[in-house]
Design a binder for this molecule. Sequence first.
Ligand code: ZN
Length: 281
Amino acid sequence: MPIADVSVAPISDGSVRLSASYFANVDWRRDADLAPGDGILRLPIGAYLVEAAGMRMLIDAGLGPRHVPWAEGGRLPLELLQRGVAPSAVDMVICTHLHLDHMGWLAVEGRPFFERAVVRFGAADFAFAVQRRPRSDPNRQIIEALDRAGCLSPIDADDIELVPGVRAIATPGHTMGHISIVIGSGSRQLALLGDAVTLPRQIERPMWMNTSDVDPMLAAMTRDALWRRFSATGTFMTAAHFPGHDIGRVVVHEDGFAFRSDEAASSRFRHRGRRVRGHST
Ligand SMILES: [Zn+2]
């Protein structure tokens, strides 16, 4: 089956502020180069515009127009418009998981913001990230608004094709329904990992655990499986909060793995996006 070209461009809704203690078990003396002087890590709220098979897709939907003490968002619609895409032109939104900094623009004032878009996410997040929250919780209110509008299409299988050249794989642990998106195929793949990993250093240190992981051990096991797979396939990867939308590859290093940022590819990605060429299989 010929696979059409897919283009991917990073966009950002703003930034999150994570205290150094967000990583529960990090010895910051060992990784002093990353330790924030004021104790606060500032990381982008990443999202991606993906164009494939004649469809425009948004991977993750930012924090949205709301004030929270741990983040500042609101830029995503402007960044989409700068790439020539109005909210009404988005055909599909894929949320890696249903935490607020990845779903905030899905609904505004009780209405779908991307009015034509079908919204896809890992089905297990409906219970973990929505149903068990109080009625006043914004995550729950957003998903209930989309449910009323008939926009939701949960994913309940591993490794499924969403459109030609765009697959969703199950990467549970941060949330139980967390999914990652793999663009392209064969040796030409780019994986968008959401919050399966927060910082590139976690590839060397897979046991760094986020305090917001629903199941920290499962999250660490998911990361280990991803690094084994990507180091074997040469897959490019990035994640929602990687500083500067850095992309790179996972390499075998000592008795584990390490991230090798590709500066040229990251610079092109930031400025022009990335095109994953189609090929025949
Ligand atoms: Zn996040």
